[in-house]
Ligand binder design. Sequence first.
Ligand code: ADP
Ligand code: MG
Length: 469
Amino acid sequence: MRGQLTFQYTLLFSIILLIAAGLLFGILHWIIYWNIDNELQDEANRVKQYVQILHHKPQLALNSARASAEQINSLNTIFRLAQVSDAQGQLIKQSPVLSMLGFSLRPSQLKHILVERPNFYSWGAPRSEEIRFANAIIYGPQGHPYLLQIGTRLKPINDALDTFLWVLLMLLPVTIVLSAAGGSVMAARTLKPVADMTHAAQSITATNLGRRLPTRGRGDELDELAETFNAMFARLEESFQRMREFSANVSHELRTPLQAMQGETELALVSQPSMAEYRRVLESNLEEIDRLNRMIRNLLVLAQADAGEVQPRLELIDLNELVRDLVEQMQIVASARELQLRTFTSAPTPVRADSLRLRQMVLNLIDNALKYTPAGGWVEVRVERRHSAAQVQVRDSGIGISQEDLPHIFERFYRADKSRTRDGRADGCGLGLPIVKWVAEIHGGSVEVSSLPGQGSSFLVRLPLAGAA
Ligand SMILES: Nc1ncnc2c1ncn2[C@@H]1O[C@H](COP(=O)(O)OP(=O)(O)O)[C@@H](O)[C@H]1O
Ligand SMILES: [Mg+2]
């Protein structure tokens, strides 16, 4: 990139420089020639006043005693480069320098000038001796026109212009080399932060995701890039962290029931238990196996959810019916725990959903409500239509959730109070609510919770009403 930037910069700079040099030279050339022509014209007009044609010969009409400096100047010119010719193109007077320079025009050329009367005439080859003339017409006593030409040598000016052009051409490569060097340095300076960032990024691996790319605090594009990367690293770090915690949690949750089973089984093997004792051990093991089974099923669901593999099989379902059905199922559990389980359903509430997942979601909510409500309390499940949303609300008069726990309860393996759930009755492992949230979300819905410790909790799931969209 550095080479490319330098090349592009130098190329652009060279083109601009060339154009500028060409323009500069052209303008200079034009101004000088314009000045020369102007001056020649003035000169010719002035000299014209002092020249008379008498007897077919140009004469100076000048009182030398009263000649002004200007007049003397004009005379100088006349003696340098001037000539007079008649209407036939016959040269009748020429200053010696002109003849020495070998200046001569054919009568036809002179006649042509006299007829056409251009203001100026150039003679000679541009690179060697070149003379520029201003033309003026003088009239003789009979009114015959004569051609007066006042000239100047262009050689010194052409030489100077040539030299100037040479200097320009010599300077060009030098300037281009300098600009390339400057461009290279500039490109390197501009790209330095990118190189720094590359080095920093290379040193970041899975084990030190806490590192960040340096920003220079200028708020420019590169800082923005670094910040974007840093945000990405932060997200990566967070998900790595979550993965680590997740593995730790899974291991822990799997180990606990396995250890319990191992302990009981070993004990049963060394002591010689009665048939009833065997039965008890097997029953207890079955319970643990059941728990493990449920946990692994839930883990599988969440793993599939993470992989984005599960496409909900959508069908038209009446939410009322589904809820009524589930509540009926759970009545046995509720009465066993001495809880009142009520349901309030309303007008048909159709949703387009995967019925298995939806059942699981509502079941998880009812299960929690029953689990975290002490005997004598109540749980109520309400289905409602609100505008374009179908709502399921599961409320209980239970122990509630504290302010610190509330933001975390949808996290995997999060359980508000570990000790409280150890009593065997509350046998979940913190995967119920994450599944609730996921099911709500894959159906385009959401779940909200509000709770007061000691007074109860309320979970509200919103789903899009079928046909509403
Ligand atoms: N209805 C509720 N009343 C009080 N606490 C609840 C209720 N529902 C969930 N919680 C809290 O949220 C935590 C996470 O719930 P969940 O993911 O279903 O896990 P589990 O039920 O296995 O403990 C529970 O451990 C409990 O602390
Ligand atoms: Mg639960």
